[in-house]
Design a binder for this molecule. Structure first.
Ligand SMILES: Cc1ncc(COP(=O)(O)O)c(C=O)c1O
Length: 373
């Protein structure tokens, strides 16, 4: 039997291991100089004024919604075809998620839908840069006007929109979960160019204490503190940041490998009648190829999953549509989203990770051709 091909696998090497050991030996393992360095390098990488490490992307989204004052009675526009994390955070803030339909080919939020759904209750718009392709930000920003935009950039590490990296403008939330293009085990980053938002996030991230712990514990430092607003415990550790710094150094190789595999899939799987390949946006962009999501037409998705499992090939589902989740329907009623529903029943994510060998890519192509032609 062939070896199992997972859907994803982190791309880690000796550099990450050595970096972790160095932090462990340094005597300071939680939030400290490595987190600060990671934030500086990530801000430089994205072109954002500032970047803040978080314990996860989910934590980052929680804090941005809070920093923007999203509350009971507010509405937040977002696509349904996203990870439940974002919608959960909207709901936990007391707001109502208003679901925008998507484009069938790219699975990206349809900006026309944003225009249609804006009301006087809309207090934020959260586009998702799905699978590593950017949402059409110019059109979304025009539609949103003065309404704040928060970019769900969990999939968008090395994603560019019209020549610039995602996250240089609006608050953007990145994830370093192990499936993501770079990982810190678990972790996240919020970028923003708004100093007021950054200051609020800094405080909310660590109990409401303004000064960094590593500065309060240094030689001849002042260990006192005051809290004006209580906060959470969403800080990243220096162990994680040390991994992130090494990962960021590899980003060009990571994106290159991912792009090569995606292009091979696009070429070798074209013309198969039982399959719709992922479309890419018509506007100028750089795709980070976080996921390769195809739509299955010639058989049920469950059947295909079984057949792939028999061939020792992994797969993913990104994502069950959020508007169909039980609690969402119970609380907000049923929304009809024609395109999302058409796509959601058919999507499946094929294996895609930088360490995939040519022979493994070929095995996935052969299996897909055989099962879906
Ligand atoms: C679209 C999207 N948003 C948000 C998140 C949340 O990120 P994290 O797992 O770091 O909390 C994810 C992670 O899977 C995601 O895919």
């Amino acid at each position: 039997m062939n070896e199992f091909i997972p859907m994803s696998r982190p791309f880690l090497g000796k550099e990450e291991i050595d970096a972790v050991v160095a932090v462990m030996e340094s005597g300071w393992i939680t939030t400290g100089p490595k987190c600060q360095e990671f934030e500086e390098k990530f801000a430089e990488f994205t072109g954002a004024k500032q970047a803040l490490t978080m314990s996860s992307g989910t934590a980052g989204m929680h804090l941005v919604l809070r920093a923007l004052g999203i509350k009971e009675g507010d509405e937040v526009i977002t696509p349904s075809l996203t990870f439940a994390s974002t919608v959960n955070q909207i709901v936990l803030a007391g707001a109502k998620p208003v679901f925008a339909d998507i484009d069938y080919d790219t699975l990206l939020i349809n900006p026309e839908e944003v225009k249609r759904l804006i009301s006087e209750r809309t207090k934020a718009v959260i586009p998702v840069h799905f699978a590593g392709a950017p949402a059409d930000m110019d059109v979304i920003e025009e539609a949103a006007g003065n309404i704040p935009i928060i970019e769900d950039a969990a999939h968008a590490i090395d994603t560019h929109y019209k020549g610039r990296h995602i996250g240089h403008k609006n608050p953007a939330v990145f994830s370093f979960h192990p499936i993501k293009n770079i990982t810190t085990g678990e972790g996240g980053m919020v970028t923003s160019s708004d100093q007021v938002v950054i200051q609020k996030l800094k405080s909310l991230r660590f109990h409401g204490i303004e000064r960094d712990a590593w500065k309060r514990y240094g030689k001849a430092s002042d260990p006192t503190y005051d809290i004006i607003d209580p906060g959470f415990k969403y800080n990243m550790t220096d162990i994680q940041a040390a991994i992130g710094l090494e990962q960021l150094k590899r980003i060009a190789v990571i994106t290159h490998k991912r792009t090569e595999i995606a292009e091979q899939y696009l070429e070798s799987l074209s013309g198969i009648s039982g399959l719709d390949l992922p479309g890419t946006p018509a506007f100028d962009h750089k795709h980070a190829w976080h996921l390769f999501v195809v739509k299955i037409k010639s058989m049920g998705r469950h059947d295909l999953m079984q057949r792939l499992a028999e061939k020792n090939i992994g797969y993913g589902l990104h994502f069950p549509a959020c508007h169909t989740l039980s609690y969402v329907q119970k609380r907000f009623g049923r929304t009809e989203l024609k395109v999302t529903e058409e796509a959601a029943d058919k999507i499946i994510s094929l294996p895609l990770y930088p360490g995939m060998e040519d022979e493994q890519v070929q095995r996935v192509i052969d299996a897909a051709r055989k099962l879906l032609s």
